[in-house]
Design a protein around this ligand. Sequence first.
Ligand code: C5P
Ligand code: MG
Length: 297
Amino acid sequence: RRPKKRTKIIEMMEELQKENVYIKDAERVEKLLCQLIQDGKSKLQIITDFDMTLSRFSINGKRCATCHNVLENSSLVPESKKQVLDELRDTYYPIEINAKMTIEEKIPFMMEWWTKAQSTIVACNFRREDLTRAVRESNAMLRDGCDWQFSTLHEHKVPMLIFSAGIGDILEEIIKQHSQMYANMRVVSNYMDFNHDGMLVGFKGDLVHTYNKNEGALRNSDYFTTLKDRRNIILMGDSMGDLRMADGVPNMQHILKIGFLNDNIEERLEKYKEAYDIVLVSDSTMDVPNAILKKIL
Ligand code: C5P
Ligand code: MG
C-alpha cells in the first residue's frame, strides 16, 4: 500500500501550487487547514491589516496609494507640504521594511514618522467632505478578490477585524468606493478628528503604527472577548508587525498566518517564511485566502 499523503489538501489546491506561494512547513499548514475546515465557519474569525494587504501594492509597476498617500498626493496639499511628506517617506519607509533592524529598533522611527506626517496633514486644512474626492482621485485600490471575500464573509457571518496603522476614515472610504463596508467588519485604526465646522484638527485616540499593533490588540480585548467562541483565526498582513494583531485573543486554538511580501523581497523572504505559514510574493490577488475560505465556509 502507498503511504497516506500528508499534504493532501495543499496538493489539491491549485492556488497553493503557484510559484509565488511559499510554505515552509507544509505538514503544519496541512494540519492547520484540516482543523479550520473541520471546525467550520462558526469557529472562525478574520484579523487583517489594510494597507498593502487588503489594498493593492502596485499596478503596472506603479505603486498604489496607502491611506496616508491618498491625502499626501491630494490636490489640496500645497507643494511645500508635499515635499515635507515625500522626504519623510524617503527617510522612514526604508526603515520600516529594513530586513536587518529589529522591531524594537524601528519603533522610535515609526513614532517619528507617524507623528510628523500627521501634524503636516493636519496643517493642510482638510475638511471632512474632501476625503471622498481625495480617494476618488487616488490610485488606491483593493486586491482582486476582496469584494468577493467581503460579501462572502458577511453572508456567512464571519467577523472581520481590519487593524490598520493607516487612516480609518480613508480606508473606510476606499472600501466603500471599491466594494462595501459590511456589518461584520470592525475597524481599528487612526481616525481623524474634525471640529464642528468639519475641519480636520487632529487624530483621535492612541496612535497605531506598523509595529505597535500588539498594544492595540490588547486595548481591543473587549472585541475579542465577545468572539471568544471563535477560536480559529486567519490572520493576513504584509509586515512583521502584523503578526501581533491577534495578541490578546482569548482561547485561541488555531491561527493560520498569511503574509503578503510586496517589497524588498530577496532580503526579507527567509524571515517571512519563518514567521508566516503561507507567504505570497508579489501577488496582487486574494486568490489564496479566498480558496482557503471556500474550503472552510
Ligand atoms: O494598514 P497598515 O497598518 O498597513 O498601514 C500602515 C502603512 O502605511 C505602512 O506600511 C506605511 O508604509 C504606510 N504609511 C505611509 N505614510 C505615512 C505613514 C505610513 O504611507 N505617513
Ligand atoms: Mg500593511
